[in-house]
Unconditional design. Structure first.
Length: 216
């Protein structure tokens, strides 16, 4: 006759084996779910630097990396510098050259130019009729939104003709949106926004001093 203790021991043994089996399956499932991250971590140890629990590998995409500027970032910076050089040299063709065929400019006063032909014609008239102040600029950031789209942010000031210092009333933010088409980077949009900082003269002074560091 089977004793009660033997029955309890047998049931306990069966329950223990089932629990172990479930536990092992859960562990295997977790490992398979994490396998891509684990494999990449073994192959690329640097991927673990600064990683947080559950952080997506998309956060490590090439266009979000830190460090020295990439060749794409440098190309966008070069396009922007060509625009500034065109303005400072009173050369409408040089100003418009970095833009896409249908690129746009939104000026300090809100005026809009659409297309390289319009940009060239409008600026040509401005340079012919006015003595324009040269730009002093500082690029604050270049960010690749995708492998073929970038945004550049800069601050600019102007030294009026006949003067030797910046006029804070002309300080502005400039934003450039650039895109690569058929392997060539072009400016799609240049927008200039007055940096008035209404009621915050300390910010006006801060930007002016930051630009003076470039100017000097």
């Amino acid at each position: 006759m089977i004793s009660l203790s033997a029955v309890i021991q047998e049931q306990y043994s069966i329950g223990y084996r089932l629990a172990c089996d479930v536990y092992q399956k859960c562990i295997m499932l977790m490992l398979f779910e994490r396998l891509p991250v684990i494999l990449v971590s073994f192959r690329k140890p640097e991927y673990n630097i600064g990683k947080k629990e559950g952080e997506s590998l998309m956060g490590l995409h090439a266009f979000q990396r830190q460090g020295a500027p990439s060749s794409d970032e440098m190309e966008v910076r070069t396009l922007y510098q060509q625009v500034l050089d065109g303005w400072n040299q009173h050369n409408a063709d040089a100003f418009a050259a970095p833009f896409a065929e249908d690129g746009e400019v939104i000026g300090f006063d809100g005026s809009q130019m659409t297309g390289r032909v319009d940009i060239t014609a409008t600026l040509g008239q401005i340079f012919a009729d006015h003595v324009t102040a040269p730009y002093v600029s500082k690029v604050r950031s270049v960010r690749l939104l995708s492998p073929d789209v970038a945004i550049l942010r800069a601050i600019v000031g102007m030294v009026p003709p006949g003067q030797v210092d910046l006029n804070p009333a002309l300080n502005a933010h400039q934003t450039v949106v650039a895109a690569r088409r058929d392997g060539i980077w072009r400016i799609e949009l240049l927008q200039t926004t007055p940096a008035q900082f209404h009621g915050r003269p300390d910010l006006v002074q801060q930007m002016t001093e930051e630009l003076r560091q470039v100017f000097s």
